[in-house]
Design a protein. Sequence first.
Length: 344
Amino acid sequence: MTGPTARGRLLILLVALLVLGGLAGGAVWRAADRAAARDRGRADGPRERPGPVSLADGGERRLVFRNMSWGPYRDTLASVPAGAPGGPRTVSGLRCLRFHAAGGTGICLQQAGGTVTVSHRAVVLDARLREVARHPVAGIPTRARVSPSGRFVAWTVFVGGDSYAGTAFSTRTSVLDLRSGRLEPTLEAFAVVRDGAPYRASDVNFWGVTFSRDDRHFYATLATGGRTHLVRGDLAKRSVTTLRTNVECPSLSPDETRIAFKKRVPGLPAEAPWRLHVLDLADLRDHPLAEARSVDDQAVWTDGHTLAYALPGDFGSDLYTVPADGTGTPRRFLTSALAPARLG
């Protein structure tokens, strides 16, 4: 068989150039399309303007949260009026991975260190976002809470594994008293009473603190022996007492009669096992909420009737609300947002 003629070789070369040009043009077109989509997302996303963000109580009711929209203000604390969550966001320069605020006090869990060595820290804030205290933390931030008075702050970090959905994880939960400066490095040092008897085990883990108004008691999740328990803690006695099983990430209602939590439901996928429930503390019975998706978050009470929580969104996370009595339907009320606190 003879090879192609000079004219044939020229035709082959031209075809190859056309194919390569088409591929390159397609790649350029796809890249431009992706860039245009990002620009459309920014154009259609939340409006942001730099300005002061306050954690002070009183005045206009507002939401302070971690801003998740792409751009120079991603991960910074932002604020919007509670009555107009879709309006322009006032954005600060302070970045937080986890955040909560109450009583004029904020807790901001941050990443520290460079690109080679990454560490994390808990930074306590005053009402003007000025640093009051700083403590290194031993793992990846996951939960944070401030007591209603602003006196106590708590945070939880992962120190092994990276998800509550699995079983190979370990947590460390710390509580800081801002009045005395005393830090409880880990709730694992507290005495545990389970089913009316003292209990000790090497696999005890705590997470998801929520405080009472009395600046003494709190609720949290205790995990041991493959089960989770709702516990009521006493900071003065340095003890916790189990109340019931299968309660994770509790959140105490403003009237302190109910607890919102995520509950593992048999039959759901192992990676998405939770449904939001509300527990009546008077009889320890619970009811499911109208949210049918798996929620891996510590819900926040925006008032005595409504809960806010995060679900995955286009830019990492969106915030939804649902009635606490089990009626109604979920509603997305804040896009590109995480870790809300209602103030004012």
